[in-house]
Design a protein around this ligand. Sequence first.
Ligand code: NAG
Ligand code: NAG
Ligand code: NAG
Ligand code: NAG
Ligand code: NAG
Length: 527
Amino acid sequence: MMRCVNVLLAVMMFVVTIQTTTTTSPEPSRILVLDLMGHVSHKHFIMAVAEKLAGRNHSITYLTSYEPTRKRPNIREVFIPSDPSFRNIPNLFNTSKMQIYQNASTELHKFCPNLLATQEFQSYQEEGEKFDIVISGLRMLECFLPYVHKLQVPLVYVFPNKLQGILEDLAGSPFLHSIGGSLIFDEDFPYSFKYRTLATLYTEFSKLVNQWYILPNMESDCKSRQLCPDNLPSLAELRVNSSLFITNSVMTLESPTMPYTPTVVHAGGIHCRPPHPLPLDLEEWVAGSGVAGFILFSLGSIIKPSDMPPLYRTVLVEVLGSLEQRVLWKWDEESMSDVRLPPNVKLAQWLPQQDILGHPKLRLFITHGGLLSLQEATYHGVPILGLPLFADQSQNVGRAQRGGWGRLVKWEDLTYDLLRNTILEIINDTKMRKVVQHRSMVMQDQPVTPGEWVTYWVEYVIRHRGALHLRCPAVHLPWYQLYNVDVWMTVIVVTATVILLACYITYKILRCCCSACCRRNKKSKQE
Ligand SMILES: *[C@@H]1O[C@H](CO)[C@@H](O)[C@H](O)[C@H]1NC(C)=O
Ligand SMILES: *[C@@H]1O[C@H](CO)[C@@H](O)[C@H](O)[C@H]1NC(C)=O
Ligand SMILES: *[C@@H]1O[C@H](CO)[C@@H](O)[C@H](O)[C@H]1NC(C)=O
Ligand SMILES: *[C@@H]1O[C@H](CO)[C@@H](O)[C@H](O)[C@H]1NC(C)=O
Ligand SMILES: *[C@@H]1O[C@H](CO)[C@@H](O)[C@H](O)[C@H]1NC(C)=O
């Protein structure tokens, strides 16, 4: 009897071990990541996703427009140079926004075929590497879809920002403009009628431009240069055949929160991690700041601080030098040759940003307001002062200001008094510190980490060969059916007809009565 029980137990243990091992170590898969043409900050997010997958022993081939800076386990980076006019960022301090966007948009449809045509991609393609899944960025990369189609594998999109209305068909998740608003225009919920009109028109206009101008031109350019085969479904058809949409957003911190289908996978903060101890010399310097603490000042990876006009730099140096706190300033050159730096300010070309943000002596983060930096500030619970320059930065900082965990200072308003007072107010503001620490708790209070969440869903799609059952049919419905516009129109028309008819009949009856009355009155008068 005892032996029987033992055997049974052994068998059960065996079964249990098998089950746990099959859920914890997946069959290694081969994953292709297409991260071409985005800014280098996009690579920080997409690479973080790739690293989590590589951590699960999948082997990753990562096509990138930025030369690899270091070797990562299980990731092979293949460098495909993108158009220099796309990669070389002009001096953002003295170039108008219009100029930047104009340059980026004139020949947009040619960028993608140019990538296909590069020697680097052609020789990579000849290797004929096989894959189980493709994870693709979506900045004008549609011309790679025929290549994905030929691989006959599921397609997953990865987007370095929050889901927007213009991408709802790629995400397979209908987007409510009335709640989701627009990343381009800045306004808090509840939106005004004007805002909703602008946001809706902007989204629909962008969709039309993409559908009727960019895609067809890209397709014909690609075909005429024999980079895309002729006998394939159209790019417009291929692009909506995706299985997942990985978005750089924390679902519980979205304001207002939004409904999503299961194909939308939130990975915001995937690159965030607890701090490591600082390098010794830096730790010593920081420790020397005493109770006043220190400030981190970084304009991110795209903006070149040394492009800054001398006027701005003078104000910054004077204000920072006047503070009680020490200041760590990320600067792209070894030193400022023409300026004597105050003793409490230290320049560095590279800084371990997350280890600094997680340091207990840090009082404030002065930032350009890039999404990744703000996510790191939120994760580590540090208030921010934003000096935004371009793209979504001023909206990001505007939201932080309205949310009570940061302040916005425009470069053109920059003066000694304004900057100094704003810094002192933030450092002195205990309420702001509480708000940002609460946000940090909300961000970390998730059933699983963003890394676990993403790897689970990517492996799920591989296991279920595309998992097309997750896909919401909304993307294939015309808009008037999706929003039941035809139903409401019918209801309105029928109701209006009934009301008009009722009015008409009542009017007729009243008129009849009236004229009958009148006639009788006349008659009686005549008598
Ligand atoms: C990855 O592979 C290594 C070596 O084969 C193994 O020790 C490790 O447990 C694997 N990791 C996962 C998540 O499967
Ligand atoms: C725009 O493109 C032209 C020609 O390619 C280049 O000379 C110029 O520097 C670019 N300007 C910006 C703002 O990128
Ligand atoms: C659409 O996706 C499925 C599964 O992800 C894939 O098997 C199929 O080949 C794709 N269809 C086209 C036309 O590429
Ligand atoms: C912007 O500043 C740089 C020097 O920092 C200069 O070379 C360039 O010509 C300036 N551009 C404009 C449009 O003023
Ligand atoms: C900081 O706050 C304290 C008390 O709330 C106040 O007395 C002090 O003047 C403030 N300092 C600045 C620079 O705002």
